[in-house]
Design a protein around this ligand. Structure first.
Ligand code: 4NP
Length: 165
């Protein structure tokens, strides 16, 4: 069985989507699902391509045991719509931009990430870039909740075999 492929997308790929990438990857690994779920992240913009995540995002994540240091920003491109089964946007603007880029024959799911965060009113992971450190902690709260929901949905939908470590 080929892996289910998940791409997290925000604007810069230095704050929200790398956080989602690391948090969800850690859940996948903890469930022994590395060979069944592949994870990546990208930005709709190109300003930060090649750069590591924002220091504030890395610091907040490290306090909760997530390591963002190996990640580098890249921009979403046409090949991503061939490669990925789930392309999950952090906010409505990211989703609109992705819909404009998506080829008509894209068969995957293009969706807001917080769709998987249970029964909440909030639809977007707010952009923390121009705010304080607390915004990055809020990003982590939202991302951790949505990651749990996403993993549960993928396991059910695709009949994945979790082997918790
Ligand atoms: P991200 O945050 O989309 O969560 O990575 C941002 C990063 C950079 C900028 C905006 C948002 N920027 O304007 O450079």
């Amino acid at each position: 069985m080929s892996a289910v492929k998940v791409l997290f997308v925000c604007l810069g790929n230095i704050c929200r989507s790398p956080t989602a990438h690391a948090v969800f990857q850690q859940l996948v690994s903890a469930g022994g699902l590395d060979d069944q779920i592949a994870v990546d992240s990208a930005g709709t913009g190109d300003w930060h391509v090649g750069l590591p995540p924002d220091r504030r995002a890395s610091a907040s994540a490290a306090l909760r045991g997530y390591d963002l240091s190996g990640l580098r920003a890249r921009q979403v491109g046409p090949a991503d719509f061939v490669e990925y089964d789930y392309i999950l946007a952090m906010d409505e603007q990211n989703l609109r931009n992705l819909r404009q880029l998506a080829p008509k024959d894209f068969r995957g799911e293009l969706q807001l990430f917080l769709h998987y965060a249970g029964d909440r009113q909030q639809r977007e992971v707010p952009d923390p870039y121009y705010g304080g450190q607390d915004g990055f902690d809020q990003v982590l709260d939202l991302v951790e909740e949505a990651s749990r929901g996403l993993l549960q949905a993928l396991v059910q939908r695709h009949g994945l075999q979790a082997r918790p470590r």
